[in-house]
Design a protein. Structure first.
Lengths: 234, 276
C-alpha cells in the first residue's frame, strides 16, 4: 500500500490520491495531479515528493500558503496523520508503512538517476516555475565550486587581491593571529588557528569553521579584507 | 617524511551486537601519516570484500605514490591542491575501479560497494577525502566538529530544507547513501585540506558509531580519555554496543603530538607576507 492523501472539504471526503509517483503536484489548474478548483488555491500550489516510504511537501510559493497541522510551511517532511490545509480544503496524509520504526535496514546505495536525486529534481522543477522556491544551496555533488577571492581593505597592503586557488590558504601573522581558509566541497570556510578568533562582519567566528558568504568582511591581525565569489557579477 | 613520534594512530573495528560478520575495514600507517576506514555493503559477505579492497588498495597506492613526491605539501598548480591530496584522490579513484571490476565480473560480489574516509597527514596539515556516510571529526582545544559532510539522502534533504538535523534523526531513510565506491565505474570523492595543530585529535568512524552514539557523548569521551587513544577507541565501541550495537562499529583515532613541517620554515610563513 503506497501512502495516500485524502482530500476533504468541510469534513466531507472528495477523493483519495495514492502517492505512487516520485512527484505529485497540487493546484487549481487542470494539469495538476491533484486539482483543487477553488480561488484560494494557486495554479501551482504545492508538490509532494515521495522517496521510498517517505514523502515531502513543498509549497511552490503559493499566494495563500500551505499549512500543516495549522502551521505555515515551505518544506515539510510528512508524518502519518498530518493534515495539509490549502484554503478551506484539507488533505490528510496516510502512511501505514512509516510506523514500523525500529526495523534497522542495511545500508543501501541510491544510484544517480534513481530516487536519490528526486529531491534535486524537485528543486529544479520548482526553479522552472515563475514563482520559484529554488534553494541557493545545491547538493555539493556536481559542478565546480566558483572561485573565491580576498581583497585587502586596510593597512599597507590595501587593494591587494588574492585568488583562493589553493585548497588551504593561511592568512594573518604567526605569533599574532592566524586563520586558514579551506576550500571544501560546500564552499570556502575560515577557521581559527592561532591568536584570538577572527572576526567576520564584526562578529567573532568562534572556534568552529565558518562558511564564508560573498562580501563577508574578515578582520585578522589588524587587517580588514573582503571575501568575494568570482563571477558572481559583483 | 616519517611521522613516527609526531603522530599517534590507533584503530578498532567491532562486529557489533546484531550482525553476523564485520563488513567494516580499517587500516593505518603512522610512518606515512595515513588512516583509512571503509564500511562495506551488499551481497553475501561481499561487503567485507569491498571494504577490505578499498583499504588495501588505497594504502598501497598512497605508499607507492608518496615515493614520487619530492617535497611534501607542494601545491599542484592545476587543482590548487597539495600533491598528497591529488594522490589520495587518485588512490580512491583507482580503488573504485578495482572494486567495480570485481563486482561486475564475479557473481558472488555482485552489487558490492563501500564507503571510505581517509586522512593523510603531512607538512602540518592534512588531506581528508571521503565517499559515502563514513565521517571524520576533529577535536581541537575543546571544540568538537564534524569535518566531512555525508553523501546520504538524509544529508541532501537537510541541505534542501526538508528536515532540520533534529527531525532527520527520526527519519526512516537513515541508511541510504548517495555516493559509494564500487557501484559505478567512476566516483568523485570529496577532498579537502585542513591545517593540523599539535594536540588535535581526529576520529574516523563508520555509521555504526554515529547512529548509536550522540555527537556530544563522543565529544565527552574524547575529552575524558584524550591521553590514551586506545582507551577512547575501546570506550566508543563499548558505548555503541551498549546502545544496541545494530551495525558494525569502527573507529580510527589520530592525534598530532608535535608539529611536522616539511621544511624548517613552517607552511604558514610562506603565505603570510602577501599583505604586509
Amino acid at each position: 500500500m503506497p501512502a495516500s492523501l485524502i482530500l476533504s472539504l468541510n469534513s466531507s471526503v472528495l477523493g483519495e490520491f495514492p502517492l505512487n509517483k516520485e512527484r505529485i503536484t497540487l493546484g487549481r489548474k487542470p494539469e495538476n495531479d491533484i486539482q483543487v478548483d477553488n480561488l484560494a488555491v494557486s495554479g501551482q500550489h504545492a508538490a509532494i515528493i515521495t522517496i521510498l516510504s517517505d514523502s515531502f511537501l513543498e509549497d511552490l510559493d503559493s499566494t495563500n500558503g500551505t499549512f500543516v497541522n495549522g502551521k505555515l510551511v515551505k518544506k515539510h517532511a510528512l508524518k502519518n496523520g498530518d493534515i495539509i490545509s490549502i484554503g478551506k480544503h484539507e488533505l490528510k496524509y496516510v502512511n501505514d508503512e512509516a510506523s514500523t520504526e525500529d526495523d534497522f535496514e542495511k545500508t543501501m546505495v541510491i544510484r544517480p538517476g534513481m530516487a536519490g536525486h528526486a529531491a534535486a529534481a524537485a528543486t529544479a522543477n520548482a526553479a522552472n516555475n515563475a514563482a520559484a522556491t529554488a534553494k541557493p544551496f545545491e547538493a555539493a555533488s556536481e559542478g565546480e565550486l566558483p572561485l573565491g577571492k580576498i581583497q585587502v581593505l586596510s593597512g599597507p597592503g590595501a587593494g591587494k587581491e588574492l585568488e583562493l586557488r589553493k585548497a588551504l590558504i593561511t592568512l594573518g601573522r604567526p605569533g599574532v593571529q592566524v586563520a586558514v581558509i579551506t576550500r571544501r566541497p560546500q564552499g570556502y570556510f575560515i577557521t581559527h588557528v592561532e591568536g584570538s578568533e577572527p572576526v567576520v562582519n564584526g562578529q567573532s567566528i568562534g572556534a568552529q569553521a565558518h562558511a564564508l558568504q560573498d562580501h563577508d568582511v574578515i578582520e585578522l591581525a589588524g587587517v580588514k579584507m573582503e571575501y568575494f565569489v568570482m563571477g558572481s557579477g559583483s | 617524511m616519517n611521522l613516527d613520534g609526531k603522530l599517534e594512530v590507533t584503530g578498532l573495528s567491532d562486529v557489533g551486537r546484531k550482525r553476523s560478520h564485520n563488513e567494516d575495514s580499517i587500516g593505518s600507517d603512522t610512518g606515512i601519516g595515513l588512516a583509512v576506514l571503509a564500511d562495506g555493503m551488499g551481497g553475501y559477505r561481499a561487503g567485507e570484500v569491498a571494504s577490505a579492497m578499498a583499504v588495501n588498495s588505497i594504502m598501497e597506492e598512497v605508499r607507492e605514490g608518496l615515493k614520487q613526491i619530492k617535497k611534501h605539501g607542494d601545491v599542484d598548480e592545476d587543482s590548487g591542491f597539495a600533491r598528497e591530496s591529488v594522490l589520495v584522490r587518485e588512490a580512491i579513484t583507482r580503488a573504485n575501479e578495482t572494486i567495480h571490476k570485481a563486482a561486475i565480473s564475479q557473481p558472488q560480489c555482485q552489487g558490492m560497494g563501500t564507503t571510505v574516509v581517509t586522512a593523510m597527514f603531512y607538512d602540518d596539515r592534512m588531506t581528508i577525502a571521503h565517499v559515502g556516510d563514513s565521517r571524520l571529526y576533529r577535536l581541537r582545544a575543546s571544540t568538537f566538529e564534524q569535518i566531512t559532510v555525508d553523501h546520504s539522502l538524509l544529508q541532501e534533504l537537510i541541505d534542501k530544507g526538508f528536515y532540520t538535523p533534529e527531525e532527520a534523526k527520526q527519519s526512516l531513510n537513515k541508511n541510504l547513501v548517495t555516493r559509494a565506491m564500487g557501484i559505478e565505474g567512476s566516483v568523485v570523492p570529496d577532498v579537502q585540506e585542513e591545517a593540523v595543530l599539535p594536540g588535535d585529535v581526529y576520529l574516523l568512524c563508520s555509521d555504526g558509531l554515529t547512529d548509536m552514539v550522540e555527537d556530544e557523548e563522543i565529544h565527552s569521551t574524547l575529552e575524558k580519555h584524550s591521553t590514551n587513544l586506545d582507551t577512547v577507541a575501546a570506550e566508543l565501541v563499548r558505548m555503541a554496543n551498549a546502545n544496541g550495537g545494530k551495525d558494525n562499529v569502527s573507529v580510527v583515532l589520530a592525534r598530532a603530538l608535535k608539529p611536522f613541517p616539511s621544511s624548517k620554515r613552517s607552511w604558514y610563513s610562506r603565505f603570510f607576507d602577501w599583505f604586509s
